[in-house]
Structure formats: C-alpha cells, structure tokens
Design a protein around this ligand. Sequence first.
Ligand SMILES: *[C@@H]1O[C@H](CO)[C@@H](O)[C@H](O)[C@H]1NC(C)=O
Ligand SMILES: *[C@@H]1O[C@H](CO)[C@@H](O)[C@H](O)[C@H]1NC(C)=O
Ligand SMILES: *[C@@H]1O[C@H](CO)[C@@H](O)[C@H](O)[C@H]1NC(C)=O
Ligand SMILES: *[C@@H]1O[C@H](CO)[C@@H](O)[C@H](O)[C@H]1NC(C)=O
Ligand SMILES: *[C@@H]1O[C@H](CO)[C@@H](O)[C@H](O)[C@H]1NC(C)=O
Length: 607
Amino acid sequence: MRSFSFTGLLCLVSIAPFLRVLAAPPKACAPKVKESVIPPRGWTQHGIPSPDHTIVLRIALPQPDFNLLEKHLYEVSDPSHARYGDHLSKEEVERLVAPHQDSIDAVDEWLRSYNIDSNDVHRSAAKDWVTVKIPVSLAEKMLDTTYHVWEHSDGDQIVRTTSYSLPENLHAHIDLVQPTTMFGRFKGLKSTIVWPDEAEAPPQLKTLVGTVNTASGAIVDASCNTTITIKCLQQLYNAVGFTPKILKNSIGITGYLEQFANIQDLQSFYAEQRPDALNSSFKFISVKGGLNDQNLSLAGAEANLDVQFAFGLSFPIPGTFWSTAGRPPFKPDVGTPTNTNEPYTDWLDFVLSHPSPPLSISTSYGDDEQTVPKSFAIRACASFAQLGVRGVSLMFSSGDGGVGDNNPNPATQQCFTNDGRNATRFIPLFPASCPFVTSVGGTVGVPEVAVSRFFSGGGFSDYFERPWYQEKAVKKHLSTLPKGTYKGLYNPKGRGIPDVAAQGDRFRIFLSGVPRMIGGTSASSPTFAGIVALLNDVRLSKKLPPLGFLNPLLYSVDSSAFNDITVGHNSGCGTTGFNATRGWDPVTGLGTPNFGILAKLVVQKGH
Ligand SMILES: *[C@@H]1O[C@H](CO)[C@@H](O)[C@H](O)[C@H]1NC(C)=O
Ligand SMILES: *[C@@H]1O[C@H](CO)[C@@H](O)[C@H](O)[C@H]1NC(C)=O
Ligand SMILES: *[C@@H]1O[C@H](CO)[C@@H](O)[C@H](O)[C@H]1NC(C)=O
Ligand SMILES: *[C@@H]1O[C@H](CO)[C@@H](O)[C@H](O)[C@H]1NC(C)=O
Ligand SMILES: *[C@@H]1O[C@H](CO)[C@@H](O)[C@H](O)[C@H]1NC(C)=O
C-alpha cells in the first residue's frame, strides 16, 4: 500500500524559515530520480534551449481506481457478460480515474512552492492531469534536470532530457511528468506513394473487365487486384448495397503534424468513387489551434487518405476530422512556444472532455514502443480505456515495418533494444501495442494476402502483457511456431499485434487535385473504422448501444466473421518475420472483416 500521509507541505521549509530551527529539511524533500531513459537511436544532443523557452509541462497524478475502470471496461465490452453495452458516462469515468485528494494537494503545494500561480494551472476534468506553462529554466529547477535540444539524424529537433527527479515525498503522488524523457514522435504510417511522379500517376480509374471470386465467395471487380476504391472495399468486405440509416452515429479521424484534409480533393474523390456523397463534407475540429489549411497544394497525403476512405465508406454517417496543433519534432529556431507540446495527449485531453465523442475513431500515427517511456505508454493506454468504456471504438494502424521498427525500408531498419544492452529485438509499435485499442494490419490483392510492398506491422508488446481476450487465439498461434523460433527476439507473453487487418496498399486517393496511389497500414485503419461505423448503424437501428471497445467481441465471434488471411508474412529485422496462418497471426490478426456476417452477429450477441 502506498502511504499518502506525506504532502508537499513538509518540503516548504524554505518559505517557512521558522521550521528550519526545528529540523533540517526532511529527507523526503530531497530530489530523487523519477525516470531516466537512454535516448533512442538516431538522437544526439544538439545544444541548449534558450532559458526563456516555454515548455508545457504535463503532470500525471495516479489513478488509484484504474483497476476498477478496467473491470468495467471488460464487462461492458464482453458480449457474454450481462453488462455488455452498458457503457459508462463521462462523469462516471472521471470519478473512476480521479486521483486521491492527497495527491492533488501535494502537487498543488509543490507548484505553489515555485510561485506558480493557480491561474496558470490547467486541470483535466478528472483532475488526473495538471498542466503548467513555464520557462524551461523553471522546469529544470523543479525537476532537478537539464534540458537539451536533441536532433534526430533525419533533422527533427526536440527539447528533452534523459532523466528527471522529484522530491521523494512526491513520487507516490505523480506518475510522470512530460515532456521530459519522451522521444517518440508519432509519425504518420503511410508508406510511400506508389506513383510518386505525377507523370506516372494512373490517369484514369481503370475498370478491368470481369470479376473474381475470393475464397470467401465475395465477387470483386478484377481491377481491385491493382487499385483499391470504395467499391472494392464494399465488395471485399461484403457491404455492397448497405446504406446507413442512423445519423446519430459518428466517425472520427485524427490528424497531426500539420496534415490537412482537403475538401476539394474529397469532392473529386466522391465524384469518382462515391457520387451520392458529393457536396457532403466532414466537421472540422481544431484542437489547441490546429489548422486545416485548404490551400490545395498543402493537402496532406495522410489526412486525405484517411478522410476519403473512412468517410467515403461510411457515408452518410457524420464524420469529424480533428487537427491537433503542435509537432513533437520541434524546431527551436521557429520559436513557437507551444511547440514542445506532445500533441497526442492534447488530443486525448480534448476528446475525453467531450460529452459524446465519435463512436468509431481511426488514428494512423504511431512510433516504436521503446521510444515512448513505459510510464507514458501506460497512461496513454489508460486514456484509451476511458474512451472504450464510454462506447467508443478506437482503431490504430499496426505499422509498416513488419516485425521491425517504424521504417518500411529494410535497408535502414533498426532492430536493437534501447535499454543499454543494444540487443537485437523485434520492435512493436505504440499505440498499436496498447491492449485497449484495436490494431489493424494490412493486406493486398484479390484474393487478399498479407501486404508485401511494405510489411504489415505485427508482433508482441514488450510493455503490455497479453490480455485475456486474445489468450486462446495467440497461444494457438505460438504453439504452431517451430520450437525456438525467434527466441529472445520478441516477448511471447506480450500483447499480440494486430487484432485484425484490412486492405492497405494501392488505394486511389485524390491529392492536390490529382489521383494518386498510396499505401500503408494508414489505409487499413480508416477502412476498418469505416466498417465499424456501419456496424454501429446496425446496432443503433435496433436501439442497441454502440460497439465500444471491440476486442473482446472480435476474438469471441465465429471465425466466419473474418476472411482469414493465410498467405504472406511480415519481414523485418533481417528475418522473414511471422507468417500469416489459419486463425490469428501476428501479421493480419484475425483477418479482414466480413461485414455481412458481423452485422448479423453484433445484433445477436448484444441485448
Ligand atoms: C492478382 O495479382 C496477383 C499478383 O500479381 C496474381 O497472382 C493474382 O492471380 C491476381 N488475381 C486475380 C484474381 O487476377
Ligand atoms: C452538388 O452540388 C452541385 C452544384 O450545386 C449540384 O449540381 C449537384 O447536383 C450536387 N450533387 C449532389 C449529389 O448533391
Ligand atoms: C498555397 O501554398 C503554396 C505552397 O506553400 C504557396 O506557394 C501558395 O502561395 C499558396 N496559395 C495561396 C492562395 O495561399
Ligand atoms: C548496436 O549494435 C549494432 C549491431 O551490432 C551496431 O551496428 C550499432 O552501432 C550498435 N549501436 C550502439 C548504440 O551501440
Ligand atoms: C513461415 O513459413 C515458412 C515456409 O513454410 C517456414 O519455413 C518458416 O519457418 C515459417 N516461419 C515461422 C516464423 O513460422
């Protein structure tokens, strides 16, 4: 048990001099290292930030009742449980993640001891996050550390430190403080465009004559073998002719890193692939001043891909596109003070404070799990659980580097641990490795096989243990591996990635006015999110609650609900990676969705 009897008050000897007469400063007030990391490969110290450089410090207070929240999450997400679909309200969730009052008091005292005005302190609704905007020089004093400008070999710069300390008595009251040791950058997971040169871009959507039958019996246009359109996905995933009816439904796409979703491009896309959606658009929501610049030449490949396919597939379900400001790759010379924000938590903050977030949300960003401090990964993952228990389904791309790091280029892929040992190791991606999200791998072609122009991210988390819902499926796969396979290269007890898959290559989008082909598990995640939005329509139209956190359902439904992908593998780290096999595998998960069958199952199982 943690003791909450020490509060920050004991450390305020410097502003209460009479106490000094009574006793020397208690040992509990001495700074003690809270967290230290080895900077991930590729980062080097570049210089020191200007002392008046502003930093937005986020302080996470412990959530003593999180276990209870997790219990609720699993009960309301498990179709065999009596509480299936009985999601919690925003207020109920906030009560479950609220910190202990002693922690709130201790942190407040600590901030006050540095003369931080309570007006400059921002608190999340549950009071589990405290945010203060302060000069880096003050952060250095508070955390007994030195910040540096760090530069990545690809040119990105951020202001970080490799270690920070807190007074010993505060260790029990603070889970983490960031940005400090967080080197992860949450890059977009789109792979290179197939035809990067405009001259080579496919001029017209080719309609190859004829159709082909897939193993699952679906009839698919032959052209889908080389070009993926909305119609191809409807055919492949057995959703032809389905029109959503319930407009109280919703789907959301997250955008970061100044990725703008262009509305003119969306109209061009709709004109070609979804004429009935023409003139419709999405709701744009700016988070922390994020923009959605409509200059056609600034359209983002990632954002355009995500909105065109997610909203095209789920039309007319209302779509939301969030653009969150702040790039973690910070250029100190630009001098925008808020740029040290880690935008990911800004989005989480924002969406958790909303009374009714979109019900199906796709994110095509991520980074190597080991570049994200474990404490941060656990807290972010806990935030995803908060959305899931409120009835929101979260999809994340599983990555494009196979079993290797977030780098689809095998020549430059790095597969070494960042723990000082520099051991060869497969590198899973976060947030795909969080057990409270649905991670989506990639397939290609007709019939579908695991994608191979780049490789579907997959493997096993080094941070998160295997959750109960995938115990049977993952163990079965592990038992088929020849004894000793990849021993020491992965954590066989870790959360298996991905959960499911969807087409991930040769997507035909419009970008800056011209059709382009693009791929990556960045395409797979919004595709799956689109199918989930359609499934929510099926449930809502029967007056059933939305699906919420999906995984316990996905792993328990009949295997006919998925097109099992059994061909291909996910090379990486100089190996051929894992194989796509019958049943779940760490390449394509359970397989790609069969909407027609899932639509029947999701109304049978609920109540
Ligand atoms: C799709 O393309 C693959 C690879 O080029 C080929 O092997 C396969 O036969 C094609 N499928 C159909 C149905 O034409
Ligand atoms: C879109 O708007 C144009 C111009 O106002 C109109 O001609 C067209 O019929 C509209 N299309 C749809 C599908 O609403
Ligand atoms: C659009 O962006 C391009 C590239 O940054 C720029 O050259 C152009 O002036 C912009 N157009 C407008 C209308 O702002
Ligand atoms: C880690 O090991 C690899 C392979 O032996 C080597 O190329 C690399 O330089 C090492 N990196 C560090 C930081 O020691
Ligand atoms: C994948 O399949 C190939 C060919 O059957 C086999 O040689 C290899 O051992 C398998 N790899 C794993 C990790 O199971």
